[in-house]
Ligand binder design. Structure first.
Ligand code: SAM
Length: 387
């Protein structure tokens, strides 16, 4: 593949930086803004190139030696920002959020990306390992389906690192999930292999927040940073400031984590969630909270029902693809007093914020959290109010 020399420009959505080469845009990974690098072109498309920095000719002051020897252009694809100082990672995330809001929502807004308690390593409570053709577990190499065996994952929680996954052999082409819960329960869950089927029943783990304990399938959704659930729910509670007469919807509500924190301060809370396992775990965990109920189903379908009329406050925590136009319009049509949007993708967040703006809701406040250190991912929580 061709090697090119690049002056690296700003960071963009998805974790790469933008450069130019002979008039073409180049999306370059493993580089930092302001650097001069030698990059290997990995993909040539109409109008742009993709490339990986393979040699740094002029380093950024933010560049550090990655703490994990498996990080880098020809290695593990998971932690793509290990070569940046953790404080610089947060500045870059801030720039991405600001740029996405300007470009996709047409608004000028910037907030610092706040660290969560704990360090940039040893935080991840759920890790999915891929298994190579030789039965050894590891991670997919950057831009490849090849599996790179690793001795351990440095961002994994110490209890996850201690689980007997990496020394064992697994069905080729399968994957294995290693989990530690907030209660210290651990689980190793083999997932489907190329031959199909899930090898074993999924064990349960206990997750606790405040006075409530959920018995969840080990592979069910729960925030992967140990402090994320507490910090995000406190932020949403503070932004929405519910009163006892407020009717609340917790959309894409999982097992009702946000509902559990809002319910003591609000009127009725309805959790809408499509995953049957999450709904039954939530119903069990919150069975003694009289003002929480669950509605299992697709959020868009549920909201298309005109019987769903009256709401004062909404929590919106969609998957990475965002809520989308139809869901945002359905929410705005009910004229809630406030919406707290919990977003794991800044582009999807910005697109949905634009739709809210078209329907009369403005971004009144925002906080962002580095709940995925060493990667380009982060979480944003925005408060939308009628403008
Ligand atoms: C980012 S998670 C948030 C879960 C929950 N709010 C929490 O913090 O634990 C998104 C949730 O949306 C659910 N989901 C995805 N698509 C959905 C849809 N179309 N309708 C309803 N729920 C959906 C997923 O099962 C998942 O539980």
């Amino acid at each position: 593949m061709t090697l090119i020399e690049l002056e690296v420009g700003p960071v963009a959505h998805g974790g790469h930086c933008v450069a130019r080469h002979e008039g073409q845009v180049v999306f370059v990974r493993h580089a930092l803004p302001g650097e001069r690098v030698l990059a290997r072109v990995t993909d040539e498309r109409k109008g742009f190139l993709r490339a990986d920095a393979v040699e740094v000719l002029l380093p950024s002051p933010d560049r550090v030696i990655p703490p994990c020897p498996f990080a880098g252009p020809s290695a593990c694809g998971g932690c793509d920002w290990q070569h940046a100082d953790p404080a610089a990672q947060r500045r870059l995330k801030q720039q991405v959020l600001t740029e996405q809001l300007a470009r996709l929502a047409g608004i000028s807004a910037t907030v610092p990306v706040e660290p969560l308690p704990g360090g940039p390593l040893g935080w991840r409570t759920r890790v999915q390992y891929a298994v190579g053709d030789d039965g050894r577990p590891g991670f997919h190499k950057h831009r490849s389906s090849e599996v790179l065996p690793v001795d351990r994952c440095r961002i994994a929680h110490p209890s996850v690192q201690a689980l007997p996954v990496l020394a064992a052999s697994w069905p080729p082409g399968s994957s294995v999930e290693a989990v530690v819960s907030s209660e210290g329960d651990t689980a190793v869950v083999p997932r489907a292999s190329r031959a199909g089927g899930v090898a074993a029943a999924v064990p349960k783990v206990r997750e606790t927040l405040g006075a409530h304990t959920w018995h969840l399938d080990a592979t069910a959704f729960w925030q992967v940073h140990p402090r994320a659930a507490a910090v995000f729910t406190e932020t949403v509670l503070e932004m929405l400031a519910p009163t006892p007469s407020d009717r609340v919807w917790d959309l894409y509500g999982g097992a009702g984590v946000f509902a559990s924190v809002l319910a003591p301060h609000s009127g009725p809370v309805t959790v809408v969630e499509s995953d049957r396992r999450a709904v039954s775990a939530g119903q069990r965990a919150l069975r003694e909270v009289p003002n929480v109920r669950f509605a299992r189903g697709d959020v868009a379908t549920v909201l298309a029902n005109p019987r769903w009329r009256a709401v004062d406050l909404v929590v919106l925590d969609p998957p990475r693809s965002g809520a989308g136009k139809a869901v945002v319009e359905s929410i705005a049509a009910r004229s809630p007093r406030a919406v707290a949007y919990v977003a794991c993708d800044p582009a999807a967040f910005a697109r949905d914020v634009r739709t809210f703006a078209e329907r009369g809701y403005g971004l009144a406040r925002m906080r962002a959290f580095d709940s995925f250190p060493m990667t380009h991912h982060f979480e944003t929580i925005g408060l939308l109010l009628p403008s």
